[in-house]
Design a protein. Sequence first.
Length: 258
Amino acid sequence: MTRKSIFDTIGHESLAGAVVAQVEDLIASGILKQGSKLPSERELSETLGVSRPKLREALNTLEERGLVHTRHGEGSFVAPLTGEAMLPALLSLYGRHEPAFFDYLEYRREQEGFAARLAASRATKADKARIADVLKDIQRAFDEDDSVLAQESDFALHAAIVDASQNATLIHMMASIFHLTKQGVFYNRDFLKSIDGTGERLLEQHIELGNAVINGEPERAHRAALDHIDFVEQSFRSGLEQQRREAMAEKRRLVSGR
């Protein structure tokens, strides 16, 4: 059985130029994102139906255009496309600046609401299957109290829905935002779960969001995305306020000596 690939066989009349065009199309559409590793030269050559020299010619062109870079001994990768959303100094500042977190949530609320609406209208059979698989992981993480899988599947669901929007600009921009999220600069899932209690509310919201997209209900998906981010914001505000109250209570106790 022939192995499926995101690459199409190229006719002999096209060669290097067609390889370049195909990779550029995969990048522009958001199928290949920054950091994505391309198959090995041997595999690409066989899949595309071009010689190794022609393939190298195409990769050199892509590298000259700043779309691909090659690491000796590791292979070829899609180059950084959107750059870092923030430099390390600003990231550090944001980590110490509470209002920045809520600015981040405000931005995500609008972008993910938009993405969910589009995804519910545009998701393909493959997109829906991907989202359904992630929902299974989310349920399993909850049932087994697996915090690592819970965080991974949380990110995976949001990324899958953005990808299903079929909007390349949104896909690339949100990939940069999700990168920050994974670094833990703006989002601490363990803290959120401690506020939620068992994490059941998060589970319910993710299932509602995923199913709305799978069932092709744009308004329901849009509302589910907004409700989820609103819950995150309200929970963090409540949790931070509780931390402040506890800190003040401890200081009063120390002053009173009791």
